[in-house]
Design a protein around this ligand. Structure first.
Ligand SMILES: Nc1ncnc2c1ncn2[C@@H]1O[C@H](COP(=O)(O)OP(=O)(O)OP(=O)(O)O)[C@@H](O)[C@H]1O
Length: 303
């Protein structure tokens, strides 16, 4: 394992009869951003809470830098919990200053870090306000500042992008990229798959407490069957039905997305499309992360 990697190794966790995690494993290396995706209740928050050490696993290990996570390492993790959890009545500045000192910064270091991150996250003018007086998006920026204030060695963020406006999404994305580029392993959960696809070096898809797919977006996309987009404006809705090795993924306004298996013949498909009239587009593609994810979720309900 490279120095400074965070490893979750086959952790399991039950809540009574509910199996929240079933030998979940993941690794985030320094300088890497991992997007953690999965349906509601799949086990993302439970994994992150165990990785942070606020919740104990029934079995399995969490390691940082090849050693079990102890108290010292724990204080070096920047965590943004899903339930947020800052003090609503406390002023932004006092709150961040307090958290910095709690994580071992001196008074002056904490003050410098508060200035830096509130400036960087665009909330400098709100330093004197109570947290509860800020908009939800700005409260979230404060939460991120709280996770960053002690210059963490690892970042674990539970749905940091939920509810943010596009400008805030860009600010948050830039900061996470910057931390990644500084060599910090970053893991965040999200249901915004386009964002995960754009931002992350690797993606882990979790289903029922297990990691079922893990790789770069390109690896995951290229492991899926290829697709063909055909724009034939005069084609009837069922023009592709019955073609060898072809299933229709989507069809609207003369544009059809087909999924191909190895028996499909693209020249035969092209001829069939031309038989309907002009063909304006005929291009091969790989499914998006959203489509891959949908396939996984569909398999889940089919089981
Ligand atoms: N404190 C708890 N008591 C009982 N069951 C729990 C508890 N916390 C989580 N669970 C259950 O464990 C499973 C995993 O939940 P978890 O919150 O980790 O999922 P998640 O992937 O983060 O979901 P979401 O995307 O909705 O946030 C779910 O079935 C959930 O109901």
């Amino acid at each position: 394992m490279p120095e400074g990697a965070l490893e979750v190794d086959r952790i399991s966790k039950r809540y009574g009869d509910v199996v929240a995690l079933d030998e979940m494993s993941l690794t985030v290396r320094p300088g890497e951003m991992l997007g953690f995706v999965g349906s509601n209740g799949a086990g993302k928050t439970t994994t992150m809470r165990i990785a942070l050490g606020v919740l104990a696993a029934d079995s399995g290990d969490v390691r940082y830098d090849d050693a079990p996570i102890d108290r010292t390492v724990r204080t070096r993790i920047g965590y943004m919990p899903e339930e947020r959890g800052l003090y609503p009545k406390m002023k932004v500045l006092e709150q961040l200053q307090y958290l910095g000192e709690l994580h071992g910064l001196s008074r002056a270091e904490a003050a410098r870090a508060v200035n830096l991150w509130t400036e960087r996250l665009g909330i400098a003018e709100r330093r004197g306000d109570q947290l509860q007086k800020l908009s939800l998006g700005n409260q979230q920026r404060v939460q991120l500042a709280a996770a960053l204030i002690h210059d963490p060695a690892v970042l674990i963020l539970d749905e940091p992008f939920s509810g943010l406006d596009p400008v805030a999404v860009e600010v948050m994305s830039d900061v996470l990229r910057e931390m990644r580029d500084r060599g910090v392993p970053v893991i965040f959960s999200s249901h915004q798959l386009e964002l995960v696809q754009r931002l992350c070096d690797r993606v882990g898809i979790v289903r029922r407490g297990r990691m079922i797919a893990d790789g770069t977006v390109e690896e995951l996309r290229s492991s899926a069957p290829p697709q063909l987009t055909v724009h034939a404006p005069q084609a009837p809705a069922d023009w592709a039905e019955g073609l060898q090795g072809v299933s229709v993924v989507d069809s609207a306004n003369g544009r059809t997305t087909l999924q191909l298996d190895e028996t499909a013949d693209d020249q035969q498909i092209l001829r069939a499309a031309l038989d309907t009239g002009p063909v304006h587009e005929f291009s091969r593609a790989r499914p998006s992360l959203t489509e891959l994810f949908r396939d996984v979720v569909t398999e889940e309900t089919d089981e």
